[in-house]
Design a protein around this ligand. Structure first.
Ligand code: SF4
Length: 237
């Protein structure tokens, strides 16, 4: 990779914004092989967050540091997933995604939805191929669960994606102490009203993982299996 090419800025690619890298997964990009770049830092503090060390930690690697690994995975991996933390917090992400596209990778963004302008900028430049958008909570529980007030930005991100033509999914991590069935039904209704046409994925909080706020055990079971309504398909995974 020529990191001094006209398309990218070598100074932003040298910033240590990356916490770590997962070299291979078949779980994170639908039907594709990928690696995951974990960006440090987040503007939320979700009670159930599994990645406290990434959220609270400092970046340890730059894109330049991992470029040799990525070069070696050209034509072996289909895609690179940008996750975190919140990858869209980093100004370097624009140049990083350009560099990944120059290398021939599909790019997936995992985002909490708090940076709609960055998301829009990447979409307008045709730089992303798939997005996973977190829907953290109803508007009335958003601050309690995320310790932040980015609900309006989440809705803005959803509207941008709805109008973009980019493949994307909306997902919610559910913990029984934080979201009840009525909350989840309300969130599904919100997605429907805002024009979301895709599948709404629910994923159960993993009781055996360390988390940021230690919310205790979650007990959801079969009641989440069949919640599809209003023509919105809901899948519990
Ligand atoms: S779960 Fe919340 S705190 Fe953790 S990385 Fe995602 S948005 Fe940030």
């Amino acid at each position: 990779m020529n990191i001094n090419s006209a398309h990218t800025s070598s100074s932003t690619l040298s910033k240590k914004s990356i916490y770590s890298i997962t070299p291979f997964t078949v779980l994170d990009y639908p039907d594709k092989t990928s690696c995951i770049i974990w960006f440090s830092g987040c503007n939320m503090r979700c009670v159930y967050c599994y990645n406290p060390e990434i959220v609270l930690g400092k970046g340890r690697l730059s894109f330049v540091d991992i470029s040799g690994f990525l070069e070696s995975r050209k034509h072996l991996l289909d895609a690179v997933v940008l996750s975190g933390g919140e990858c869209l917090l980093h100004d370097s992400v624009l140049d990083i995604v350009k560099a990944l596209k120059d290398m021939g990778f599909l790019v997936k963004i995992d985002t909490n939805g708090s940076r709609p302008l960055m998301l829009k900028s990447l979409i307008e430049k045709s730089l992303i191929d798939y997005v996973s958008l977190d829907f953290k909570a109803t508007s009335y529980k958003f601050e309690t669960i995320t310790l932040s007030n980015f609900y309006p930005q989440f809705e803005e991100s959803l509207k941008i994606l709805n109008n973009s033509g980019v493949n994307f999914e909306v997902r919610t991590t559910v913990h029984s102490s934080l979201l009840g069935l009525q909350d989840i039904e309300s969130m599904a209704e919100t997605l429907y009203k805002l024009g979301y046409k895709g599948i709404y994925f629910l994923q159960h909080f993993c009781n055996d993982k360390a988390s940021l706020g230690n919310p205790g055990e979650s007990w959801f079971g079969n009641e989440l299996n069949d919640m599809s309504k209003n023509n919105l398909e809901i899948i519990f995974r």
